[in-house]
Design a protein. Structure first.
Length: 371
């Protein structure tokens, strides 16, 4: 209960969900050049909608789009081209065939690197995933934020799809756990060392990226977004926020795709250290299992002290989850299931370690990065 009180009151206000981008903030007087780079590997299902949403931006400055088809087998390149209808739109979209994966690089960073090389020298790079649908004011708002606060990186944790049972159980919890790991107010404070970003939507000041060695400095990072944030923050301030408008189109109708998403990076987040894994098991058990077990034992034994302690810890835990549920328009009842979500994420983290030691770490779309 004391740990939950500490997290609630003193852990960087991580659960407030108050770091939001003003999507109506537009500065037409200052319109630096921007090139969007989209790495895409077997993304035919969503790439056309992503490119179309970028073509519909109301940005007044120079803006173009580069899609790097990372050796896809499903017609991703054709899907990207189909989004452009008029000749003017076709001139703004460039689709390049990605080269075979280079030694020492992870797939996404190798594709991003090729896109940046093809972009020339814009003022900003918009690094966005192939499943993100941007609202028309997205780019204007991102640039306005970066220019107003002289930021090196502006990143949005986009709104993930949350429709199926598994999405409702696990997706808001994913956002909540990410905020607990990287409290956004601390990330956004220039005097705090903690740095993080969300890879689905990142506006990067080209000068800040190049001053720190370019994308090659993080060529082997599976969790590339947070690595990019750590690279840039010592040079310029960064900002990370939540979005209720910019959204991911990727569906997680079943447990398996969420499982794959988490196991790809969970053990990487622990630096592949077995002691950190043990610490995570103990910490997650203490935070999410002990309150429920204590409450159950208290009810069974008729012990009012156990009932009060377990119930209060569960109540505080659930209370801190409410703003995230509100962001996803979910009933407050889902807050009671946060311990269950924590159990699934703990098992997925253990499975991520198992995959690493089996030589299948970071598995994603046919690529693995073994131990």
């Amino acid at each position: 209960m004391l740990i939950w009180l500490y997290l609630c009151l003193f852990h960087g206000k991580f659960w407030y969900c108050d770091q939001r981008l003003n999507v109506n903030s537009v500065n037409k007087k200052n319109t630096p050049s921007v090139v969007a780079v989209i790495p895409a590997r077997d993304e035919a299902e969503t790439i056309a909608m992503t490119v179309r949403s970028l073509l519909d931006q109301n940005y007044a400055g120079s803006f173009s789009i580069i899609v790097v088809d990372d050796n896809s087998t499903d017609g991703t390149a054709d899907g990207a081209r189909s989004a452009a209808i008029t000749n003017a739109e076709k001139a703004k979209v460039k689709v390049i065939d990605g080269l075979p994966l280079k030694d020492g690089w992870v797939g996404k960073m190798w594709a991003v690197s090729q896109g940046i090389d093809a972009a020339g020298s814009p003022d900003y790079l918009l690094l966005t995933d192939a499943d993100i649908e941007h609202v028309p004011s997205s780019l204007s708002s991102l640039v306005a934020k970066a220019e107003a606060d002289k930021l090196g990186l502006v990143s949005l944790m986009v709104k993930l799809r949350c429709q199926s049972f598994w999405e409702k159980l696990l997706i808001p919890a994913f956002i909540y756990f990410f905020q607990k790991l990287y409290p956004f107010p601390r990330v956004n404070a220039p005097d705090q060392q903690i740095a993080a970003a969300a890879g689905g939507c990142m506006l990067v000041r080209s000068e800040a990226l190049q001053a720190n060695g370019g994308i090659e400095k993080i060529k082997d990072k599976v969790i590339d977004d947070c690595a990019l944030a750590r690279l840039i923050k010592p040079y310029r301030p960064i900002w990370l926020g939540l979005s209720a408008d910019v959204r991911s189109l990727r569906a997680y109708d079943h447990l398996q795709p969420i499982w794959r998403m988490v196991t790809r990076t969970a053990y990487v987040q622990l630096n592949h250290q077995i002691l950190r894994l043990f610490g995570t098991v103990i910490g997650m058990g203490l935070l999410y299992a002990v309150p429920i077990i204590t409450l159950g034992l208290g009810i069974f034994a008729g012990n009012e002290v156990l009932i009060a302690l377990g119930g209060m810890a569960w109540l505080i835990m659930s209370w801190t989850f409410l703003p995230t549920l509100d962001l996803y328009d979910l009933n407050v009842v889902w807050a009671l299931f946060l311990p269950l979500a924590g159990f699934f994420y703990l098992v997925m983290t253990i499975d991520s370690a198992r995959a690493h030691y089996a030589g299948r770490g970071g598995a994603w779309k046919g690529r693995t990065y073994g131990s």
